[in-house]
Ligand binder design. Structure first.
Ligand code: GLU
Length: 387
């Protein structure tokens, strides 16, 4: 269960377990897990609930059944406390991103959210997303943070989604009622039977914590994102995740989706240019899942614009090792090649990000460098020096 970029969704039961303000009882262990992931070079986006629960004690309400207006007022004040509760566990900054369904359906806003998260991740910031409850109406609502997390995972092209709650995963029967209920470690296809096992149905009027989690898993896996439901109230769960052992239920990503994206880049998009890379960059791309930085570029051939596809060539073997969508034109790359990313702005007078080609926009054509195989490269296209 390895991953490079994950969305972690944390429910109100873990953020504000007593429903009267936020607590570190469970969030401390979650924050420690996030920090460990970040130290391993993984990128994390947090989707956190808890606004309403955290704001409950400071808004007069009277009845146990809260009106929507009261809940929004609570969410707005509780959001501050929820953010502060997370930030106290991190030495690096957290950012607050509040969104609605409408934001995700509008192409320009979708891209704007995606770019914001991308830049924050490149700068070591932890984006923390919640629904913008103050401005939601029935039409604009995602409605629950499980489904919101699945949409966020799509926006930021995460490879994994972890849904943390106070239940262990999906069981064959309701474990509170049946002693013989068994935890399902892996679900390859989400069928009506799976919804039934979780004690719910696809009926949109049905309620229940597990329903929205399975819906979220269905949305995410259809977009090639592995989804896990795990118990975030147990610290041993995080020890298992670090050891790459699945402690809950895994919903496997639809493999066809992953290959469709790679297929498109590999077979459909025509490369406009060629960028030759030094040994370090080749190793980083092939063996470490890294993005391409200007420092690893040795030479640039042919004319291309921002957003064009280019071939990435190993300087030593002269073979095409990858294809990707560039953030900089050929003229710009000629000026920044061999330089550190922090010199881009002073060299060009502007900056489109620290990376030339992000790994999400790249398809590798050779999996790893085996020294002998690389020199033989019998079926690889050998490129003649041009630039
Ligand atoms: N936006 C809500 C809150 O912050 C959470 C909604 C949910 O947990 O599904 O309280």
């Amino acid at each position: 269960m390895d991953f490079n970029r994950a969305v972690i969704k944390v429910g109100s039961a873990l953020v504000a377990p007593t429903k009267a303000g936020c607590s570190g009882q469970y969030t401390l262990a979650i924050a420690q897990f996030i920090t460990k992931c970040q130290q391993q070079g993984k990128e994390i986006i947090l989707v956190s609930s808890g606004g309403v629960a955290a704001g409950r004690s400071v808004i007069h309400h009277g009845s146990p059944r809260l009106s929507v207006a009261i809940k929004k007022a609570m969410a707005s004040v509780g959001q501050m406390q929820m953010m502060a509760n997370w930030q106290r566990f991190f030495d690096t900054p957290c950012s607050q991103i509040l969104i609605t369904q409408d934001d995700l359906e509008d192409r320009e806003r979708f891209i704007s959210i995606k770019e914001t998260i991308q830049i924050q991740l490149e700068n070591g910031i932890l984006p923390i997303v919640n629904e913008n409850d103050t401005v939601t109406t029935e039409d604009l609502k995602v409605g629950d943070n499980d489904n919101l997390a699945a949409l966020v995972a799509q926006v930021c092209e995460a490879d994994s989604l972890f849904i943390l709650s106070d239940i262990d995963g999906v069981f064959t029967k309701d474990p509170n009622v049946h002693d013989d209920a068994v935890l399902l470690p892996k679900i390859d296809e989400i069928t009506d039977e799976i919804y039934a096992m979780a004690g719910t149905s696809r009926n949109h009027l049905a309620t229940g914590g597990m329903k929205t989690k399975i819906e979220a898993a269905e949305k995410a896996t259809e977009h090639g994102i592995n989804t896990y439901i795990v118990n975030g109230s147990k610290s041993e769960v995080f020890a298992s995740l670090i050891r790459k052992v699945n402690p809950g239920t895994k919903f496997s990503a639809d493999k066809n989706i992953i290959s469709a994206k790679k297929h498109w880049l590999k077979h459909t998009v025509k490369s406009q240019g060629r960028v030759t890379l030094d040994k370090g960059a080749v190793n980083a791309l092939l063996n470490q899942g890294a993005s391409l930085l200007p420092i690893g570029i040795k030479s640039v051939a042919r004319k291309f614009d921002v957003g064009d596809c280019v071939d990435l060539i190993d300087q030593q073997t002269k073979t095409i090792i990858a294809k990707g969508i560039t953030q900089y034109s050929h003229n710009e790359l000629r000026r920044i090649k061999g330089k550190h990313s922090n010199e881009i702005e002073s060299t060009l007078g502007h900056e489109e990000g620290a990376v030339v080609i992000h790994r999400d926009d790249m398809v590798i054509l050779e999996q790893s460098i085996a020294p002998k195989a690389a020199t033989k490269a019998p079926n690889k296209k050998i490129i003649k020096e041009e630039d």
